[in-house]
Structure formats: C-alpha cells, structure tokens
Design a protein around this ligand. Sequence first.
Ligand SMILES: Cc1cc2nc3c(=O)[nH]c(=O)nc-3n(C[C@H](O)[C@H](O)[C@H](O)COP(=O)(O)OP(=O)(O)OC[C@H]3O[C@@H](n4cnc5c(N)ncnc54)[C@H](O)[C@@H]3O)c2cc1C
Length: 408
Amino acid sequence: MAEFTMELNDEQKEVRDWLHGFAADVIRPAAAEWDEREETPWPIIQEAAKLGIYSLDFYAQQFFDPTGLGIVMATEEIFWGDAGIGLSIMGTGLAAVGVLANGTEEQIGTWIPQMYGDVNDVKVAAFCSSEPDAGSDVAAMRTRAVYDEAKDEWVLNGTKTWATNGGIANVHVVVAVVDPELGSKGHASFIVPPNTPGLSQGQKFKKHGIRASHTAEVVLEDVRVPGHCLLGGKEKLDERLARARERAKTGGERVKNAAMATFEASRPAVGAMAVGTARAAYEEALEYAKTRTQFGRPIIDNQGVAFQLADMRTQIDAARLLVWRASWMASTGKKFESAEGSMSKLYASEVAKKVTAQAVQILGGNGFTREYPVERMHRDAAIYTIFEGTSEIQRLVIARTLSGMPIR
Ligand SMILES: Cc1cc2nc3c(=O)[nH]c(=O)nc-3n(C[C@H](O)[C@H](O)[C@H](O)COP(=O)(O)OP(=O)(O)OC[C@H]3O[C@@H](n4cnc5c(N)ncnc54)[C@H](O)[C@@H]3O)c2cc1C
C-alpha cells in the first residue's frame, strides 16, 4: 500500500508539467470562445486525444495510480486551464467511474473504450442519475427498468435531467429503479449502447457557467437494452435486492446503492476541479495586484488586498490537501470513516466560490468584464457547490457519518 506523501514523484511531475503546458497553450486561449459559443469544444477534445490526454489509457493510468494523486493532480491542471473545456475532457471519466464502480470486468473492457472512441473519431459518455423530481433526493427517482425475461432485455422509461454530455454521448450510463419498494436500495445502473432506439436528447440547458460543457435532459422511451447491459449482472442484482428486502423486514447489514458508489469514488476528483479553478483565479489576482497601481503604489501594497491573497492561497492549499488525502484513501482502500471524500468536495468547492469572488474584487472593474478570465472563473466556480451533491448534502453526509444519527 502506498504511503501518503505530499510530494509528487518524478514521473508525476513530468505528467503534471506536460498537462500544464496543454492547459496553458491549448485550453486557456480557447476558453473565452467556447464559453461564448456554449458548445462542446470538439476540436480541443480531438487535440487532447491526439496527444493521448483524452484517452482511456491516460485516464486509467491516472485513476489507478497507486499513490492516489495521479487523477487529482491531472484534474487540477486541466481545470486550471478552463472548467467548461475541462469538464468536456474529463466528464467522460465521471461516466467511466460509474462502470468501474459497478460493472464486471467484461463490461469495463467492452464499454469504457467505446466511451472514448479513438483519435480519429472521439466520443464522449454521460452518467444519468438526476431527474426533475430527484436531485438531492436520489431515492425519489422514477425512471423505471423492467426485465423482459423472454427476451433477456431490460426496458427503460423515464426522463433524466442535467446530464453532462446527455444526448451527445456514445454511451449513456443510466441509473433506474428496478424495485420501487426498496427506495434507493432498489436502483441499478445500465449501459445504453450507442444508437439505441428510444433514447433522445431533451432540453439543452443554457447555463451560468461551465458553458463549454454540454448539459441536457435525456428522455428514455421504451429503451430496450440487452440483459448484459445491467452493470454487475443479474445474479449480483438479485442477491443485492434479496439482502435489501431482508434488511427492510428485519434491519441488518447496509446495502450499497449504485449511484452512491459512483459519487463516493468521484468526489475527490470534483474537489480537484474546484482547486484548479480557484488556483487559476488566485494567480490572475496575484499578478494583477502586483502590477495595478493606485495611489502611487501597487494595490498589493495595501494589507487589505495582500491579506486577501494570503487567505486565498492558504485556503487553496488546504483544499488540495483534503483532496489529496481523500484520493489517497480511496485508492489505498481506506474506509472514509469521517466522510473524508465529502469533506474534500465540500471544502474545495466552497473555497473555489469564495476565491473566485475575491479575484473579481481584486481586479475591480476589469474583474467584472469578459476581457479578463476571472469573470468566467467566478461563474464556473458556482457549479462545484451544486453538482455531485450540493454543499448542504455534503454536510448532511459528513454530519451523519460523524454522529451515526439519521440527521435530516
Ligand atoms: C451543470 C450541471 C451538470 C450536472 N451533471 C450531472 C450529470 O452528469 N449527471 C447527473 O446525474 N446529474 C448531474 N447534475 C445534477 C446535479 O447533481 C444536481 O443538480 C444536484 O444533485 C442537485 O439537485 P437539484 O438540482 O435537483 O437540487 P435540489 O435537490 O432541488 O436542491 C435545491 C436546494 O435545496 C437544498 N437541499 C435539498 N435537500 C436538502 C436537505 N435535505 N438539507 C438541506 N438542504 C437541502 C440543496 O442543497 C439546494 O441548495 C448536474 C447539474 C448541473 C447544474
């Protein structure tokens, strides 16, 4: 088991510098344009694929890095470049985690490569859990999956919302209800293969931030998928449901929920996205404060500005430490006894919101315009306290874990 270290090894440093170069030379210069266009930046994804940055191999290498730092380091660098383009590049990874967390080896080997496509024909993937009436309250999910035993097919019906890459994805991972009596314990995840009839894109959302990332409703009308598209397989599902029914009758060992397994594994990575955006805004503010002169001296010469920058940097470093700890714990199989994954996401996302707002303030009028990137970074940062569980839900998870009580 890898010891926890705060120092990247030589290979990790090399990867970080390489990614930073891509983020600085390719992503950042394109960020304003794709933010305005509010479209998936396919040419940038293609460029990333050519360099091997957008690929299953690269993602797997970082995700399975035994120190746990690979994936969060890579995510921070890409999001330092830009959050909207960053999510277009890393969003497929969030769907892949849904398969890694619940799928069999065969399913992982079959579907994850199709999520990425290849250099000449890049693809993206979507993870569809949220619904119009089931956001934080995942148990309220209504999308139904019914097994057609005669054909060994599952039939999916329902409407998913807020899906990153929803409708434009090659592979959709859809969470659905298989046993409505069991609440969130009666959910299962399904692969919807490319071009499956019945799956269509609903409304595409016009957003406040991360506008280069595509977010849309996904409508499922009698979508038939083969039995082998149930992640984990039917036998495992039947065993899990039987245990959940038993527990519902008698009370006993807890049963893992499919969507929750994805969120647990992806929370430190979302924290790393927030750290990337916060660091980018802080660096812009620092440079500006050193060069902007008022009252005959650089504005950083005022403690009111300098102390803000000191706090911003301290909080960013603290956020990164929480993210690295959680990612190390996840990759070395340590149990999140105190909801450390949620802690990392909660803290880093709140820091990103605060730091980007301070950066706008430090840039004054310029900070309020689209001529300077902090305006976009501030809009982008607002997503981190919302998706993959809002800050309130993270606090709920942490408080319940610490107290062992069903806090509402
Ligand atoms: C840009 C974007 C991309 C997304 N990508 C995906 C994706 O790829 N796949 C996917 O499945 N989903 C995705 N989501 C959905 C996201 O995870 C949800 O928006 C989020 O979980 C919150 O759900 P909601 O929007 O329904 O808010 P609600 O659950 O309605 O919450 C509204 C407010 O009430 C608060 N609240 C709710 N319950 C409680 C409580 N018990 N205690 C205290 N406060 C509470 C919330 O914290 C929030 O402030 C995305 C969302 C956005 C905006």
